[in-house]
Design a protein around this ligand. Sequence first.
Ligand code: ATP
Ligand code: MG
Length: 154
Amino acid sequence: QEINLVVLLDEIVQRYSKSIQQKDIKFRIENGPSTVIYSDPNLVDLLMDNIVSNAVKYSKEGGAVNISFQQVEECLVCKVSDEGIGIRSEDIDKVYTPFFRSDALSHKKIGGNGLGLAIVKKIGELIQVHVDLQSQLGKGTQVNLSFPLAGFQN
Ligand code: ATP
Ligand code: MG
């Protein structure tokens, strides 16, 4: 099914509007070249929801969250970056493990089950979305999601 990622993201951001307001997060979604993909709407919703949820939850007060799009070859790459607490380098490879939560001091105060990114990874495998995460402790995190533009039917 046809999914416009910007339309979907606007919807998802609404779900977190209370936290975004409370933390005074500057949330920006940049309209890309074309943000339409063909995939399973429920799975893409769950995937993006978990990424946005993390960006908001781990943002610092007054931080910015930026979402941008870029076409790279046959893929639509969606970049979600935050200026939050970041992840220490030795934990980055573990974030997709079910129930893993960083025990860095700044992370311990924030609640969660450690399942969001495990779900993201699993959905990525199901619908052929490549997920790549970069982060620096204390500085922020960037998640790149690479959606195939053609050739996937569900
Ligand atoms: P939930 O199951 O509610 O999503 P969670 O957010 O703790 O719980 P994941 O989304 O799987 O679980 O993330 C795993 C861990 O990776 C988090 O506990 C956190 O330590 C780290 N993490 C994920 N995203 C970010 C981010 N944007 N900024 C900083 N740390 C992050
Ligand atoms: Mg999460």
